[in-house]
Every structure is written in C-alpha cells, then in structure tokens.
Design a binder for this molecule. Structure first.
Ligand SMILES: C[S@@+](CC[C@H](N)C(=O)[O-])C[C@H]1O[C@@H](n2cnc3c(N)ncnc32)[C@H](O)[C@@H]1O
Length: 236
C-alpha cells in the first residue's frame, strides 16, 4: 500500500490523526523535503511518529520507481509538507501508482493554498497561482500570470522558490516584481510562517514587503470586496 500523506504546514503535530495512524502501520516512511519546509526537525518528527523518517530528494520522488516498487510489497508512506496536491510534482507518483494498480490511500491536510485565507482574502477570488524562481533574471511568466489575474480582478498568490537551504523572501519577490514594471507603491500582502501560532502577515506596499517568519509567500490582491478590505486593515 502506498500512503500519500499531507503533514500540514508548521510542525510534527500538524499531521492528522488518520495520517498518524497510517504512518504507524508503515514499514518505510519517506519525507518529501524539497518543495516546502516545516519549523521542526526530522528528529522531532521521528520521535512523534515513532518511525524512522527517510529524506526523499527530488530525484527519488519524481522518478518514483523505488518507492512504487517497495509499495507493491510493503506499507510505504510518502509524507508531503502541506497537502499532497499543493505542489505540482506529486500528481505524477499518484498517477503512476494508479497505472500500476498499487493500492493507494491519500490523506489530506492544510495547504498554503487554503491557509492564505487567514489574510481575509476570499479563496474563491484567487486566480492562477505562480512560483517566482530564485534565478529569475530572464523569467517573465510570474509577471504574466499576475497581469492576467489583474485583468480579471483576481488575487495573485506568488509562491517563492526554495533550494536546499535558501528560502526566497517576500522582499526578494517584490524586488523581482518591481523589475518587471509593477509600481513599488502597489499594495501587497507579505506572509510568513502560516500554520504557526503567530504567522507574520503584513498589508504593505511592495517596497516594504518584509516579514520575519519562514516559509514566505506574497499576494497582490485584485478587486477587493469591502469585507476583504476590512480584514486586511488588521494587517496594515
Ligand atoms: C510548492 S508550495 C506548497 C507546498 C505544500 N505541498 C502545500 O500544500 O502547502 C511551497 C511554497 O509555498 C509557500 N509556503 C509553504 N508553506 C508556507 C507557510 N507555512 N507560510 C507561508 N508560505 C508557505 C512558500 O512560498 C513555499 O516555497
């Protein structure tokens, strides 16, 4: 059996009861460790789950063959920070398991994609989500996504690249957007540490888009309903 388990956004205790029960039945537990970050260590997870946690890099997860082969004979868990389908990569191992008729169970959890609701912006009014890469010198697509969302009056969520120990910050994202031509006085919501007890959320202009918690993401709101405006004022 292959379990794809979302483990939430903050620490080892964000796993669901159902997720934890599944982990406890597993012979092998992999952690996808390259698309996001928790605030706890691998050791914290191991002691809370009562299992060894094996770090799975991009090659192991995207290739998938080793994990799928093991899942034919044993109970194997792939833990994903946030929700299983909150990143673009995990649908591949899911489809491959289905093709190979490997029994599979998906256990969901909170994702950055819904946790941004804490800003008061309506989740129903977000347009296409985009990621700003760390190396972005000749990259236009996040800006183009923003332009299309803006035209439709929709909010744009910018996810920020992570590479090994480098987590992109909201001010680096704002600097990129400024270079693309978005005026520095454009209002945005800088967000850090969603899922923690005290996430850092600031409704500011692009030239002040600094928060102190990690991971971080940035939102440029589209047309605002008065209730959304009211909520954003808490973060101004
Ligand atoms: C690929 S995405 C989402 C991954 C995850 N599977 C999910 O469902 O949330 C990872 C990016 O989302 C943003 N992100 C993830 N967790 C966050 C958090 N707790 N607070 C703020 N932004 C977060 C960061 O920009 C990070 O680089």
């Amino acid at each position: 059996m292959l379990y794809l388990i979302g483990i939430g956004l903050n620490d080892e205790k964000d796993i669901t009861v159902k997720g934890l029960e599944a982990v406890k039945t597993c012979d092998k537990v992999y952690l996808e460790s390259y698309t996001s970050r928790l605030s706890c260590s691998k050791e914290d997870m191991e002691s809370f789950y009562g299992k060894e946690v094996i770090l799975a890099d991009r090659a192991l997860v995207e290739d998938g063959s080793k994990i799928l082969k093991e899942a034919k004979e044993k109970n194997v868990a792939l833990l994903v920070i946030g929700d299983v389908f909150g990143a673009t990569t995990h649908v591949e191992i899911y489809i491959e398991a289905k093709k190979q008729e490997i029994p599979i169970q998906v256990i969901h959890n909170a994702s950055v994609l819904n946790a941004v609701g804490i800003t008061g912006l309506s989740l129903y009014k977000f347009g296409k989500v985009t990621t700003i890469p760390l190396e972005n010198k000749n990259i236009k697509s996040p800006y183009e996504v923003y332009l299309k969302n803006k035209e439709l009056g929709l909010h744009t969520l910018f996810l920020l690249d992570i590479k090994e120990n480098q987590l992109m910050t909201t001010d680096e994202a704002a600097e990129y957007l400024g270079r693309m031509g978005i005026p520095r006085e454009t209002k945005c919501v800088a967000v850090g540490g969603l899922g923690s007890n005290d996430p850092d959320i600031r409704y500011v202009t692009l030239d002040n888009a600094v928060v102190n918690k990690y991971p971080q993401c940035l939102i440029i709101p589209g047309e605002l309903h008065f209730k959304e405006e009211e909520a954003l004022e808490f973060f101004a």
